[in-house]
Write a protein that binds this ligand. Structure first.
Ligand code: NAP
Length: 325
């Protein structure tokens, strides 16, 4: 008899669980699952349309840009590689040409200095002349800085803003008319989680990425009706040369690999995620692990706590020998 009672009790526990699943979770879970399936199907459909698309990637000479060149080339795109170091771009091009890919279009190398704003319209004209159009522009080229505000010269603030923000703005404006005229195009900004919240010793970098985020948000709304899509991608730390290439407050080369950058995600993995975001026409996305996601929500929903944590972090960074991440 006791056994029967036990069985009845455990079956009523299951009934409660099924009730919770059915009435509380299912109405949320089912639409989410359906949206996910729909997005995957749409991404699959668009992936088939990628071969032959013209993709212009800035900052393609290393790190994320180099990985983007590989994923779009392997997807059958006509890639245009842009950065200052032409010999590095040629190396990336040689690596691409050595891949066994079908269909394969020769990659194009174009020199670009994002800090030279006056030269950008002419650069855009040359980029357009290669295949008569640019379908996807990936504004990826950028630099960082490692210094507190007090020891950063205004020249360094200007340089970071020029490359990360005004360079991307100038290139976007130069290519936008050709996209709106064709009623076709995708503009992607590689921002950073530091475009969502700022941390100590990164004021210039964070400010440039916040500006980029705002620019992308305005542009997205304006060009949607012209079939031009805008994605703003905010990655966490990525294992690249970013900290090595960063500037000091005085404008010198920082030249060190930060522990957090060394432990960051692989640029290949990020590049594949960016391709997926473009296929899904993702407007705005964080690609990072849990810690920056928590920081993002704290900054917006619990700002006082976020500021207190950042104050502690700034104090820690002030002491020499402390971990710099
Ligand atoms: N690494 C990270 O932890 C991380 C995290 C979030 C977001 N991001 C973003 O990812 C993007 C790529 O950075 P990365 O991590 O791949 O660093 P990276 O390896 O240092 O690559 C930076 C790229 O930007 C180009 N670049 C720098 N200054 C330029 C200029 N004046 N004109 C044209 N191109 C210029 C560089 O090429 P040249 O030197 O040949 O010009 C290089 O190809 C950046 O926008 C960065 O903010 C990086």
């Amino acid at each position: 008899m006791q056994e029967v009672d036990k069985c009845n009790a455990s079956s009523s526990d299951w009934n409660v669980l099924y009730w919770i699943l059915g009435t509380v979770l299912m109405p949320v879970a089912l639409p989410l699952a359906l949206i996910n399936v729909w997005q995957r199907m749409r991404a699959h459909k668009y992936r088939n349309q990628l071969p032959g698309k013209v993709v212009l990637i800035t900052g393609a000479s290393s790190g994320v840009g180099e990985s983007l060149a590989h994923v779009f080339y392997r997807a059958g795109c006509k890639v245009i590689l842009a950065a200052r170091r032409v010999e590095e771009l040629q190396r990336v091009k040689r690596d691409l040409m050595a891949l066994d890919v079908q269909p394969a279009y020769p990659a194009t190398v174009l020199a670009l200095d994002l800090a030279e704003l006056n030269s950008i319209p002419e650069f855009a004209t040359r980029a357009l002349a290669v295949h008569n159009q640019v379908d996807i522009l990936i504004n990826n080229g950028g630099i960082s800085v490692r210094a507190d505000v007090a020891s950063t010269t205004v020249d360094v603030d200007l340089k970071v803003m020029l490359v990360n923000y005004f360079g991307a703005v100038a290139l976007t404006k130069a290519l936008l008319p050709s996209m709106t005229k064709r009623q076709n195009g995708h503009i992607c900004f590689v921002s950073s989680v530091q475009g969502k919240f700022a941390i100590p010793q990164r004021a210039a970098y964070s400010a440039s990425k916040h500006a980029l985020q705002a620019f992308a948000d305005s542009l997205r709304a304006e060009v949607f009706s012209k079939q031009v899509f805008v994605s703003c991608i905010s990655p966490g730390y990525v294992r690249t040369q970013m900290s090595i290439n960063a500037l000091t407050g005085a404008g010198k080369n920082y030249g060190k690999m930060d522990p957090s950058t060394a432990k960051g995600m692989s640029p290949d993995k990020l590049a594949e995620s960016i391709l997926q975001c473009i296929l899904r026409k993702e407007p705005d996305i964080l690609i990072c692990d849990l810690q920056p996601k928590i920081a993002y929500y704290l900054r917006h929903f619990c700002p006082r706590l976020f500021f207190w944590i950042m104050t502690k972090r700034a104090a820690k960074l002030e002491h020499p020998g402390e971990k710099n991440d």
